[in-house]
Write a protein that binds this ligand. Structure first.
Ligand SMILES: NC(=O)c1ccc[n+]([C@@H]2O[C@H](COP(=O)([O-])OP(=O)(O)OC[C@H]3O[C@@H](n4cnc5c(N)ncnc54)[C@H](OP(=O)(O)O)[C@@H]3O)[C@@H](O)[C@H]2O)c1
Length: 314
């Protein structure tokens, strides 16, 4: 009998990648169940048109998640910090996911997580500024803190450490902009550090590899990335794809924070953490392991070949 994988975020980047990986491997014995707040949305309807079971649930409502998880063998659990910018709400949603997975008897959950930066730079250490609520990087700290909620719930869980999406250049305002001389420029406070990065959909495809291997990954942490690239390498790849020079502008975290867009302060802290702890951050996202989990792992070059025409120029 086919094993059902219940997928939160199925209409989004990570969960969508997992649903497509399951659909693309029909003989492997897995079936995707897409969880969404709105089964009538275009994204949900597209999944239904491919034969995916679509179920309504809300991360804010544990009971709805338990119903959506019922009868499933696996659950992919992802929250979307950027919809509300609240680490407290993100932790509450993670708790709902963990308890719902336990009450539904899920055999294998994957929790899409990130490092709690405070375990590297404690709140009293001002190398990285502490933000409101006692966080260094709220969207990372909350996810990392929430790992304990899955452990405490007793759910067999794999802790999946994700990486910076190349897709941020399309949908998160991180693409190139023209400087005062008209030169295309990407601006990141990364100094010369290598940043683990990935095609967002490949996170879901790696999660599929984890579900396929099953037992081996229960109770373990694993990080995934498609490449470890410096700002200069991100820029030179873009230049090749766009057919025009792209400069890497390395600003300080303080200057990046001062750009003042929503979330600029925490993204400045995130990039500072990425840069100052690059050795640990890259080591936690091994490329060979990522490729074992997902043999079709996309390279930066081929992601650019497929997507460069969709990157807006700021
Ligand atoms: N951007 C990056 O570089 C990056 C890197 C690593 C990690 N992340 C993390 O990735 C997470 C977002 O994942 P994503 O990029 O895959 O999401 P996404 O593409 O922005 O889509 C959001 C998904 O979350 C679902 N969702 C949001 N709130 C929900 C709720 N209350 N109940 C049920 N479903 C809900 C949405 O489903 P419906 O709308 O259909 O209900 C949708 O499928 C964030 O927490 C972020 O911190 C991002």
């Amino acid at each position: 009998m086919s094993k059902i994988i219940a997928v939160t975020g199925a209409t989004g980047a990570q969960g969508g990648g997992l649903v497509r990986a399951i659909l693309d491997d029909p003989d492997a014995g897995f079936t995707a169940r897409a969880i969404t707040r709105n089964p009538e949305s275009d994204a949900a309807q597209k999944l239904a048109a491919r034969g995916v079971e679509v179920v309504r649930a809300n991360l804010d409502d544990e009971e709805s998640l338990a119903r959506a998880f019922a009868g499933a063998q696996g659950a992919f659990c992802v929250t979307n910090f950027w919809e509300h910018f609240s680490p407290e709400r993100e932790k509450a949603q993670a708790g709902n996911l963990a308890r719902a997975a336990r009450s539904a008897g899920i055999s294998h959950a994957i929790w899409s997580t990130l490092e709690d930066v405070r375990s590297y730079v404690p709140v009293g250490d001002n190398r990285i500024p502490t933000l409101t609520g006692g966080y260094k990087v709220p969207h990372m700290d909350a996810k990392g803190e929430a790992n304990a909620l899955f452990r405490e719930a007793g759910v067999p869980t794999t802790y999946l450490y994700t990486s910076f999406y190349w897709d941020n250049m399309i949908s998160f305002g991180m693409g190139p902009a023209r400087d005062e001389n008209g030169t295309l420029t990407i601006t990141l406070p990364l100094a010369d550090a290598k940043l683990p990065s990935i095609a967002a959909a490949d996170i879901g495809a790696c999660a599929y590899g984890i579900f396929r291997e099953g037992e081996r990954w229960v109770g373990r942490s694993v990080g995934v990335a498609g490449a470890h690239l410096t700002g200069a390498e991100l820029a030179s790849g873009l230049a090749g794809a766009l057919g025009e020079a792209v400069r890497y502008s390395d600003v300080t975290p303080a200057a990046y924070s001062a750009f003042g867009f929503p979330g600029a302060d925490e993204l400045a802290n995130m990039f500072q953490f990425n840069a100052e702890f690059a050795a640990e951050y890259c080591a936690a996202r091994d490329l060979a392991t990522s490729r074992e989990l997902n043999p079709g792992l996309t390279s930066y070059g081929s992601w650019l070949d497929q997507h460069a025409d969709r990157i807006p120029i700021g």
